[in-house]
Design a binder for this molecule. Structure first.
Ligand SMILES: *Cc1c(COP(=O)(O)O)cnc(C)c1O
Length: 433
């Protein structure tokens, strides 16, 4: 059963497939996009974004729910517009993201505001523009939010993010549910903190929030956390709180290394949600980011040089760590494939795949088996749709790379590459120079 599912997943998780030996994004040959926009660039598939959102809809079918896309994974206006059109809510973590969500047409009642460091200004922005709830992470934040709301003559709907102290078994930089992490309040103190929240005049307590990390590849940590949330729901109700909404966070992992990983499917995740918190009569919110956007995107790059080093070959690409920082920052794996498939029987040689930035950290992969490639050949990084473009910088004065959206046989640039003039003119020289 598991194997069959894995096969289905491998075949159908995205819409980047080879046709006649050429990688396509939906119905568009990737080389055609490269010729039009130049490399490197990000390329997203609308059908894949849509499919991933629907997987969660199916998974939670039967429970009252709202899927709040965690837009920090990919916050391009076009991506948000697709999500908004599907009826998604969004999870925002800054005033900037709030403004982006509103600009893409997401109504305030479908925006939840997360993050450990919301400022008074961000609170005011969301309270005046409309907000579904704030996921509050500390007592000082709770008090400030109450003050801001009172000063505006409104009450702020809140959940409190609890830290369930479970090990998410993911990369340390993206684990958030252990007691040593900066997130939420310890679940053991929840009743006390909820009592204070209920007494604050500017707050309306509506539920509980939990998010234990990102790129989770097992359901067990979730299950442990959600059972604790279910117990807490009952305890808080006994204390007189009207707990009617549970925000269960995001974090479901994706298969970055296709040949060697099988994270849980949304359907299995949904069954676990129903099993753990489904009988509480609460509205369920989830905040997936990576699973929606990750495998809906490629980073396409060209080979600048093939350099023979000592005991190894280096494939030097025109993409670099500033364009996709995940390998340098988290040691993350991306499958990297030639856009034009090698003929059958060609021998594969191990290659270190690197960018042109002057840092050894600018290494995407080591010892990858690749067919012989030459200057100008295209390669594609898979699973680059989440935490790719949004984490890019212009280090080395390399312009931010364009983003392209594909829909069936159409494609459009959804963020253009800036010109060098635009980049340079963002700086200003003070009058004394
Ligand atoms: C990052 C984050 C998410 C999304 O995580 P993914 O791994 O992209 O699904 C959801 N909720 C919160 C609070 C987050 O910080």
């Amino acid at each position: 059963m598991r194997t069959l599912r894995n096969l289905l997943r491998a075949a159908g998780m995205d819409h980047f497939l080879y046709r006649d030996g050429i990688l396509h994004a939906e119905d568009v040959p990737v080389p055609e996009i490269a010729a039009s926009v130049g490399t490197p660039f990000y390329c997203y598939s609308q059908a894949t974004l849509t499919r991933h959102y629907r997987l969660f809809e199916e998974a939670l079918d039967g429970l009252p729910h709202l899927i709040c896309y965690a837009m920090k994974a990919n916050s391009n206006q076009a991506v948000l517009k697709i999500m908004a059109g599907l009826g998604a809510g969004v999870d925002v973590v800054s005033g900037g993201e709030y403004r982006r969500a509103v600009a893409a047409g997401v109504p305030g009642e479908r925006i939840v505001f997360s993050g450990v460091g919301k400022t008074g200004e961000e609170m005011r922005l969301a309270l005046s523009g409309g907000i579904r709830q704030f996921n509050v992470e500390s007592e000082p934040e709770m008090r400030l939010l109450s003050e801001v709301a009172v000063s505006m003559g409104v009450r702020a709907p809140v959940t409190i993010r609890v830290n369930p102290d479970v090990d998410a078994k993911t990369h340390e930089k993206i684990a958030t549910g252990k007691s040593e992490n900066k997130f939420g309040i310890p679940i053991a103190r929840a009743r006390e903190v909820y009592a204070e929240a209920a007494a604050l005049p500017g707050l309306e307590v509506v539920g509980i929030d939990v998010h234990i990390g990102s790129q989770l590849i097992q359901l067990e940590p979730y299950e442990q956390a959600y059972r604790k949330v279910a117990d807490l729901t009952r305890a808080l109700r006994e204390d007189g709180h009207d707990i009617r909404r549970l925000d269960l966070g995001g974090g479901l992992g994706i298969p970055y290394e296709r040949s060697n990983s099988a994270p849980p499917l949304p359907l299995d995740y949904g069954a676990m949600v129903k099993r753990t918190v489904g009988d509480l009569g609460c509205e369920i919110e989830i905040e997936p980011g990576r699973l929606i956007a990750g495998n809906a995107g490629l980073l396409v790059s060209s080979v600048i040089y093939l350099k023979h080093g000592e005991g190894r070959d280096f494939l030097i690409l025109d993409a670099a760590m500033n364009d996709l920082i995940r390998p340098a920052m988290y040691g993350a794996w991306h499958d990297i494939v030639p856009v034009v498939e090698a003929p059958a029987g060609v021998e594969l040689g191990p290659c270190d795949i690197v960018g042109p930035v002057c840092e050894s950290g600018d290494t995407f992969a080591r010892g990858r088996p690749l067919p012989p490639l030459a200057t100008g050949d295209l390669v594609a990084f898979r699973s680059a749709g989440a935490y790719g473009a949004v984490m890019a910088s212009e280090y080395n004065s390399r312009p931010l790379i364009p983003e392209v959206l594909v829909h069936e046989h159409h494609f459009a640039v959804i963020r253009a590459r800036p010109s060098y003039e635009e980049i340079i003119s963002r700086d200003t020289i003070p009058e004394w120079l």
